[in-house]
Design a protein around this ligand. Structure first.
Ligand code: G6P
Length: 612
């Protein structure tokens, strides 16, 4: 979850590191630090609690620190509270070894005891300091060199890590090692960059190497050498990043979240066009053949957070269009369940980052059982994309705001297209219905534009929600899946206690929490379930709820029941979630802005959850 940047080249390193860290702040922002080397063995380590801005101001945005090689880190605390002491980089007492780390070292206590017996003492509460001192210990004990001592440490460490290490004796070099935490390396104009995510280095280079699990890299100016865990030199392919550098900038919007909400029509269209040509879906790029789709009997959709909510919505669509049975599972639960997966199953992992630790572990556990896997992933070359047998890339581009919007929307589209292709391959849909649904999917971008063009009305209403303490979201079927997402958005960026319930469950408990003025937001787009949900709305209204309805144009009677109604364009109900979610995203955004919160970096959250 933390952000890492490293640089060795001919320019001053600190401004490059701070600039890169600013692009990675969505990965963690409770403290930040840099270590800069001046070409000899002098190193300056500067770190502080708080957002990157604090470190930026301390160092005149890097201009006050001289040296052309360095590593930097923005932290999301796991071991030890956010503080200057626990901030990275960490170093051995003589500064022989200095490192930044992303991930969790599970056996750090045991390693700490081992090192304590060797006379090491520890200043911080972090697992990283233990890793640094372990590397230092092997470096001094065997006197073999950086790659060797890192490998020795890797063999002892359990857990996940992306490590960037500098050694006093190798002043212009950075060594990196990785296991289950993302890291990429880029080279341009005789200079070398390393980062935990693409946006940090996109400004400098589009040509990157993905360092694999259990691999080590030695970075020199304009040169990188890779090694496997057996310390043998290996070669790696260079990959070109196609993302637009501007896509990772705010482009005139006040927040990334608002910009990303507005990008949804475009990225949805891009995602559709990546597999639909002339009204037909082709899954050639996904590498999932019709034969395989015909052989599948059971689908498991496994994901975390909003991606899990996508799975909830897509489940209804697949079950409506095909005879497949679908189970949606939280990755953090799935990975530890003693579930025997049926033969002829497909496990679909949905993940924006492609690095979520639980989703990756779920993928691996499915593969272990010999079950076919498909990733719906946004980040090209990420771990899930590399390890899943088939990959459907969503083309959301870089998503910076911690609260997902555009990646979520493209995942929904990928799910619809998958459902439709399943139906087609299995001959469970007529040609007419298939063509009609493709055309409905194609209509989504323009319909979202229409909702966005009326956002001021939602902004106005949201300003009235700034003082509320609780909110409830209700819906049935797909509307329930969207309610889950609306509720998550509200709580994650507005810090309002919010819960989503299947509307039919209200009477089994939550209705007791409804009192005068309690905000209840009902999503009601499914014609077959309309009356049922409206009855539930009436029930809460009669107990004093302040009722908001999100429904389709035409359902004007809703205005008799709800205090405020948001209408979305008509569409086939299977895809209505792509429209009804937009007002909910906007609502949570405007409430958060109204409360004066840092919308893009909500407290305690990180975008890419690479630890359990
Ligand atoms: C975090 C993010 C969410 C995201 C979830 C899963 O909680 O804040 O926006 O839905 O992780 O992430 P993934 O990268 O696997 O989609």
């Amino acid at each position: 979850m933390c952000g890492i940047v490293g640089f060795t080249g001919n320019h001053q390193a600190a401004p490059v590191l701070l600039d890169g860290l600013a692009k990675l702040e969505y990965r963690g922002y409770d403290s930040a630090g840099i270590a800069i080397r001046d070409g000899k063995s002098n190193t300056e380590i500067i770190k502080e609690k708080g957002k990157l801005k604090v470190l930026g101001e301390m160092t005149d945005w890097g201009n006050a620190v001289r040296g052309c090689c360095g590593i930097g880190h923005t932290r999301w605390a796991t071991h030890g509270e956010p503080s200057a002491l626990n901030a990275h980089p960490h170093s051995s007492d003589d500064e022989n070894v200095i490192a930044v780390h992303n991930g969790i070292i599970e056996n750090y206590q045991e390693l700490k005891e081992k090192l304590s017996k060797q006379g090491y003492t520890f200043k911080s509460q972090t697992d990283t300091e233990v890793a640094v001192k372990l590397i230092d210990y092997y470096y001094k004990k065997y006197n073999e060199g950086p790659v060797d001592c890192i490998v020795r440490a890797m063999l002892r460490i359990r857990g996940s890590y992306a490590l960037c290490v500098m050694f006093k004796d190798y002043p212009d070099e950075i060594y990196t090692a990785r296991k289950d935490s993302p890291m990429i390396i880029g080279i341009a104009n005789g200079e070398t960059y390393v980062a935990s995510d693409v946006p940090a280095i996109l400004k400098y280079t589009r040509n990157v190497y993905y360092i694999g699990n259990h691999e080590i890299a030695r970075l020199e100016k304009g040169k990188v050498t890779f090694y496997n865990i057996d310390r043998e030199e290996i070669s790696k392919p260079l990959t070109e990043i196609k993302w637009d550098a501007e896509a990772a900038e705010k482009g005139g919007y006040e927040h990334f979240m608002l910009k990303e909400i507005h990008e949804q029509p475009k990225v949805i269209l891009d995602t559709i066009n990546s597999v639909v040509q002339n009204g037909q879906i082709s899954f050639e790029s996904v590498d999932l053949s019709d034969d395989v789709m015909r052989s599948i009997r059971q689908v498991y959709i496994v994901a975390c957070g909003s991606a899990y909510h996508v799975g909830m919505a897509v489940q209804y669509v697949i079950e409506e269009l095909t005879s497949l049975s679908v189970r949606v599972e939280l990755a953090s639960e799935f990975r530890y369940r003693k579930m025997s997966l049926q033969d002829n199953s497909l496990v679909i992992i949905i993940s924006q980052s492609g690095e979520t630790a639980d989703s990756l572990a779920a993928l691996r556990s499915a593969k272990k059982q010999g079950v076919r896997t498909l990733g719906i992933v946004n980040v090209v070359g990420s771990s899930i994309a590399r390890e899943a047998e088939s990959v459907f890339y969503t083309l959301a581009g870089p998503e910076i705001s911690v609260a997902t919007t555009k990646a979520y929307s493209t995942q929904l589209i990928a799910g619809y297209l998958l459902a439709l292709q399943f139906a087609k391959a299995r001959a469970e849909i007529t040609d007419e219905r298939y063509a009609q649904l493709i055309s409905e999917i194609n209509s989504i971008p323009a319909k979202i534009e229409k909702i966005l063009s009326d956002k001021e009305r939602i902004q106005w209403f949201s300003s009235k929600l700034v003082g509320i303490k609780d909110a409830f979201f209700i819906g049935r079927g797909i509307d329930y899946a969207i309610s889950l997402e609306g509720s998550l958005k509200m709580k994650e960026i507005s810090y309002i206690h919010s819960e989503a319930y299947a509307a039919g469950e209200l009477k089994h408990g939550p209705i007791s929490l409804i009192e005068d003025g309690t905000v209840v937001i009902s999503v009601v787009t499914q014609p077959e379930l309309y009356e049922k949900t409206v009855s539930n709305m009436v029930e809460v209204k009669s107990r004093g709820a302040n009722l908001v309805g999100v429904t389709t144009y035409g359902n004007y009677a809703m205005e008799d029941t709800a205090d405020f109604v948001i209408f979305v364009p008509k569409i086939d109900p299977l895809f209505a979630g792509s429209l009804s979610v937009i007002p909910l995203q906007l609502m949570s955004y405007y409430v958060s802005v109204g409360k004066g919160f840092d919308v893009d970096k909500p407290r305690n959250l990180a975008k890419s959850v690479t630890v359990e």
